[in-house]
Design a protein around this ligand. Structure first.
Ligand SMILES: *Cc1c(COP(=O)(O)O)cnc(C)c1O
Length: 413
């Protein structure tokens, strides 16, 4: 029989232990500790000789099933579910780098990730070097002996810039550094990270995977492709565990000690969300394409930015990496900030809110909200114009969405 396809894999991921009641859904194990039959069994469990759940901060059956589902759809060697997307990013960096090391990334980053690099990790002596990653050679030139990784997002927000990940992967391999990619904008199903040479994928499962913003969560997905002997912090682990060096060290150290585990209840919600992920992503991407087409024809709209539009500078790279579904976020410009505010205030159906990838369509003026802490120069460097509106498209009927946008645009004239 051929291998099951994506959605079938999600729905039929086997439980690691048979459920005593034959439950079809992995139940929520909302407990802390697990009991053992004998002192000998406890000893074996603590020595790691007989894998078992002991304490839910370290592992839990509901969380483990969610991780198994993600492993099945991605072909990863290991996955870890955490309390948030930020926990996934910070745990990954803490596990691979130490004081005096550096990471290469782009200035076009999710705001909290930028702050993690520029404030939190900087205080611990980790340097961040910025490059224009749309020119992969620029990243290559910044690599030195202390560089541990190149970090990027598949589609940046709100610039909607797309980097050629396969080229960047070649440069990372040549420089012996790890390639970490945040795929929140194009989660598994839209983007197959393994095919493009990503070593470690991090994703905020708070967004699409949770079922459309039901709960906070994050994932670390390790493809086992990096040679850990090349990372001085993990050399010894590489000798013992080979491709499992990172995931093993993460579980035994950083993940366990920092304690940013996902709650079993949230893991359950996210596992349910995963079951319908492909259906919802198909609908949202199709809606985005239709709305982008409508906005392109509207005279009040100065420009429309979506990697799925033929006129986008990233159209070809996006097509190669994400096929016909380059995410469900688009931006567009109106004449002025005042016009943006008027437009937002006259919107009736679409919700004014700061999230992405809810099942509902959300709208926002980035310059006055999520980027309000950034000064004018930084906003300019980040392409956050005062005239820019961001639309994070949901799964409603596209005709209702277009009608709402149309009535608000018409009222501007
Ligand atoms: C939301 C988001 C995060 C952070 O995820 P949380 O689950 O909110 O911690 C990280 N990266 C990107 C690209 C995001 O959109």
């Amino acid at each position: 029989m051929p291998e099951n396809k994506f959605i079938t894999k999600i729905l039929h991921t086997k439980f690691l232990k048979e459920d005593p009641h034959g439950s079809l859904h992995m139940p929520v194990y909302d407990n802390v500790a697990f009991e053992f039959k004998s002192a000998q069994e406890l000893e074996l469990a603590f020595a790691g000789k007989k894998p078992s759940h002991m304490y839910s901060r370290i592992s839990n059956p509901t969380v483990e099933h969610f991780e198994q589902q993600v492993r099945a759809i991605t072909g990863a060697v290991g996955t870890v579910a955490l309390s948030s997307g930020m926990a996934a990013i910070s745990n990954t960096i803490l596990a691979i780098a130490k004081t005096g090391d550096n990471i290469i990334t782009s200035r076009h980053l999710f705001g909290n990730t930028y702050s993690l690099f520029e404030q939190t990790l900087k205080d611990w002596g980790l340097e961040t070097r910025y490059a224009d990653l749309t020119k992969p050679q620029e990243a290559g030139r910044l690599i030195d002996k202390k560089t541990k990784a190149i970090f990027l997002e598949t589609i940046t927000n709100p610039q909607l810039e797309v980097v050629d990940i396969a080229s960047l992967s070649k440069i990372a391999r040549k420089g012996n550094v790890l390639l970490i990619v945040d795929t929140t904008m194009t989660p598994p199903y839209l983007f197959c990270a393994k095919e493009f040479g990503v070593d470690i994928e991090v994703v905020s499962s708070t967004k699409w995977i949770s079922g459309g913003a039901t709960s906070i969560g994050g994932l670390i997905i390790d493809y086992g492709t990096y040679d850990w002997k090349k990372n001085d912090k993990l050399e010894d682990d590489a000798v013992k565990y080979g491709p499992f060096a990172f995931i093993n060290r993460l579980r035994r150290e950083v993940y366990r000690n920092i304690g940013a585990c996902i709650s079993p209840h949230n893991a359950y919600l996210q596992s349910l969300g995963l079951e319908t992920l492909p259906l919802r992503l198909d609908a949202a991407c199709e809606n985005t394409r239709k709305i982008a087409g409508f906005l392109e024809k509207s005279p009040a709209v100065k420009s429309v930015n979506y990697p799925g539009l033929k006129k986008s500078p990233y159209y070809h790279t996006a097509k190669k990496q994400f096929g016909n579904k380059p995410g469900a976020v688009l931006t567009f410009d109106l004449a002025s900030k005042e016009e943006c505010f008027n437009f937002l205030n006259r919107i009736k159906l679409i919700r004014r809110a700061t999230n992405l990838h809810d099942n509902r369509t959300l709208i926002l003026h980035p310059a006055s909200t999520i980027f309000c802490e950034f000064d004018a120069k930084l906003k300019n460097e980040m392409g956050v114009r005062e005239t820019l509106i961001r639309l994070a498209v949901g799964i409603e009927d596209y005709r209702d969405l277009i009608a709402d946008i149309k009535q608000s645009l018409e009222s501007l004239q």
